[in-house]
Design a protein around this ligand. Structure first.
Ligand SMILES: NC(=O)c1ccc[n+]([C@@H]2O[C@H](COP(=O)([O-])OP(=O)(O)OC[C@H]3O[C@@H](n4cnc5c(N)ncnc54)[C@H](O)[C@@H]3O)[C@@H](O)[C@H]2O)c1
Ligand SMILES: O=C(O)C(=O)C[C@@H](O)[C@H](O)[C@H](O)COP(=O)(O)O
Ligand SMILES: [Zn+2]
Length: 368
């Protein structure tokens, strides 16, 4: 098992990456589960795949799991589900010092973490991420949120988990499309700051996705280490460092909004397309080789993902996509900084991007 410290001032915690962590969840959480009843939030698919494993461990340790089983999918990150979850946690008489368990992907982690941040002005929670995306990204770093009709993650809080248990065995039941979507956030760490890791992805990504256990442990651990370092340096995204983790997301979130936050485009798929767009747009501006942008697009295509937004059949123009971007949380005094590339492994925040130029670029991409 790899143990990666997330060294946040005043609230450090561990990310444990290994196999069998769900089977031994009660022991892993020893000392944190103070009461007989343990509140666990999950979704219906994760519960079907892993509910009995977690239940068995908790029951064997003398606990009585209290399950909150939500519908699977992005629509669960909503005001309605948040309100109902908060009411349920209050009915469970959760105290600040208790630990709420979040068993699932980024949807469950983001929603549960946000509920934990506001119940009694802040309770503890433990992330039990079961998707590749959640293990390499969403369970770490403390961004929690729901979506609103205005856009993605627009209401939320920074609230760090007390512990993260990334069980690699969970990836064995994850559908291939979800694995691929999570892989986009793995590749992101290479593109934003670690060219050697992008090379590793090109060499080993396919075998990692196919199930090689050692490669999976390496991909998850190296991703978590990269994220932990950035989060330690800029927890609240105020210094322009954490913003690097948003590479591909301004484009990606606009595509998710345009497709109605539906199964038509998963978050990771939007991020993959968004990073290809950021790379091509960097090439259009002249500070990134066009051939390298196509290298990135090819890598995602080789991994089985869509490489061009024209394939989405969006039936909209570039201006419709840039309109969604006005809600981006990086907006600053009316301008939107964009994460762009100078090289593979060297992302930067460009503050001189004109949205009209982005819209014109997207018109070309929609017709590609
Ligand atoms: N907080 C952050 O820093 C952060 C980072 C990245 C993404 N996110 C958010 O995460 C969300 C996406 O997360 P996701 O990709 O994990 O999606 P998800 O939570 O919707 O899970 C994907 C699907 O896989 C199923 N599933 C999960 N684990 C499974 C398993 N082990 N076996 C079988 N099925 C399983 C789920 O039921 C769901 O249908 C988005 O809302 C995104 O905005 C947040
Ligand atoms: O942890 C971060 O910081 C990230 O930006 C990680 C992203 O992968 C994630 O999708 C995040 O939720 C996006 O943040 P947002 O602030 O653009 O909503
Ligand atoms: Zn993301």
């Amino acid at each position: 098992m790899a143990v990666i410290p997330v060294d946040i001032a005043g609230r450090p915690y561990e990310v444990r990456v290994g196999t069998g962590l769900l089977e031994t969840v009660a022991q892993q959480c020893a000392g944190r589960l103070r009461k007989k009843r343990v509140p666990i939030v999950t979704d219906e698919r994760v519960h079907a795949a892993w509910g009995n494993v977690v239940e068995a461990s908790l029951v064997a340790a003398g606990h009585e799991p209290a399950w909150r089983i939500l519908p699977a999918g992005e629509a669960t990150k909503s005001w309605d589900q948040l309100a109902a979850l908060v009411d349920w946690l209050l009915a469970e008489e959760v105290e600040r010092g208790d630990h709420i368990l979040a068993l699932g992907g980024g949807v469950i982690g983001d929603l549960t973490g946000f509920a934990a941040s506001i119940v009694k002005r802040g309770c503890n929670f433990i992330q039990l991420p079961t998707t590749l995306l959640a293990q390499v990204d969403s369970s770490v770093g403390g961004k929690t949120a729901i979506n609103t009709p205005a856009g993605k993650n627009l209401v939320g809080a920074f609230h760090q988990p007390a512990l993260v248990l990334a069980d690699l065995a969970a990836l064995d039941t994850l559908p291939r499309r979800e694995l691929q979507a999570g892989y986009a956030e793995v590749v992101k760490y290479g593109l934003l700051g670690d060219a050697a890791f992008f090379d590793w992805c090109e060499a080993h990504g396919a075998a990692m996705l196919a199930g090689d256990p050692a490669l999976r442990e390496y991909a998850v651990s190296r991703s978590v280490e990269a994220k932990a370092k950035i989060v330690k340096a800029d927890e609240r995204e105020t210094l322009g460092l954490r913003a690097l983790l948003n590479l591909g997301h301004t484009f990606g979130h606009a595509l998710e909004a345009q497709t109605g936050f539906s199964d038509r485009l998963l978050h990771g798929e939007g991020v993959a397309l968004g990073m290809v767009l950021a790379a091509r747009y960097s090439a259009r501006r002249g500070h990134f080789p066009a051939a390298q942008a196509e290298r990135i697009a090819r890598h995602f295509a080789d991994a089985g993902m869509i490489g061009n937004i024209s394939a989405l059949g969006l039936n909209c123009d570039g201006a419709a996509l840039t309109a969604h971007m006005l809600h981006d949380k990086k907006m600053d005094a009316g301008t939107l900084p964009f994460l762009l590339l100078n090289a593979i492994g060297e992302a930067f925040l460009a503050k001189d991007v004109e949205l009209a130029d982005v819209a014109a670029f997207l018109d070309q991409e929609l017709a590609r």
